[in-house]
Design a protein around this ligand. Sequence first.
Ligand code: AMP
Length: 455
Amino acid sequence: MSFDNLGLGTNTLNAIKDAGYTTPTPIQSQAIPAVLNGTDVLGCAQTGTGKTASFTLPIIERLSKGRARARMPRSLILTPTRELATQISENFITYGKYEKLSMALLIGGVSTEEQQRKLTRGVDVLIATPGRLLDLFGRGSLLLNDVQFLVIDEADRMLDMGFIPDVEKIVGCLPKERQTMMFSATMPTEIRKLTKTFLKNPTEITVSPPATTASTVTECLIEVSPRSKNKALRELLRSENVLNALIFCNRKKNVDVLNRSLRKYGFLSAPLHGDMAQSARETTLQNFKNGTIKLLVATDVAGRGIDVESLSHVFNYDVPLHAEDYVHRIGRTGRAGKHGFAFMLACPEDSRYVEAITKLIGHKISPESKQKQQNLNKPQSTSKPKKSKPVAASSSGTQPEKIQQSGVGRVKRSEPRTKRSRPSSNKLTDNGTPDVNWTGPVPAFLRKKTLIPSN
Ligand code: AMP
């Protein structure tokens, strides 16, 4: 299957070629012809399947004929988060580069002035989060009666975030005669119900069951006590070959606390959550994408839309409370044919959530995995104990304060001594030899070195 057979025009095909895509993904090969034919689409697909292009490409094609009138957008894409909205707008820029379509991004956390100016000039593509859209709609900055295409992206996430009433309000203001595309990674009953009111005879496309974890991700469960969680994470960050990683917490508060702790220990981390100003979130994402920041500590909501090529690791610092989130989280790594690693730190009280995840994904996440076998079979190094390099702690403008003050481009790595800590030589380093820097008690999982895969 090639893009040439899907009904797209030369301009769009050239833009796809420029983007380097040769073959449509399964959701693209099914959704693009359906949208071009004027059919509604219900896509059960998660991020990473190419779902954004599956609606962006045909919408660009359909909008290429015609012009927008002032304050009357011709298409509307609703997304739950600012990050996702920004990512979708980037897709429209990439794929619509040979068309003269105008676009506006209505997201919270930034001034409305520029957004209003764009609306006044007329936009073909309007990408919005529900709150900001309703705000500007209420002020009379836009009219919704010329919307011919509606996309509701990540509907299940909208539900989780409590946006469904807003979405219903918005849909109620749209013309009945329109084409609607709805995408959701999972199909809870509430979303299934909504599809009946939002969509007309949709073509249903399911590209991968929501409970599937990619075969390119090696999963590993680490059992820890709540008190040793931070230390266990740091040890993993040091002993694993972490190039860049997303670290998921369940709460915004935990994100900030963990990030501060990691930075205190010299890791190049940054937080990402919904309470941050939009500009700070954008800068953080940019820094993560360009490698200035190696570790991003995030909530599910903030981390959901992050599309970073070659993410080496995902750490579940907190076991997700919703099993589906586990699938979304670890789906950030192991993409584009690359191998990824996903670790989950679980305390005894997390057992019922771990069980729910196991049930959903249909396999046990345990150290008794292929990965463990590989490690068991790996020859042990006989080299001397060494100070392994700190991961994610290269010198850069974002070094933690402590390090800048010291004026050293290197990060002090040993754990600070506490009253309870004791010098010990039974903690093992990456190569299986005792770590002379270790001053704390040895977490159980470190005693079983084979549980920690190294790639
Ligand atoms: P999405 O599921 O829309 O978040 O897309 C995931 C990633 O796949 C993005 O980085 C896209 O640029 C990329 N992508 C989308 N379509 C294709 C394709 N046909 N071939 C290769 N990569 C693609």
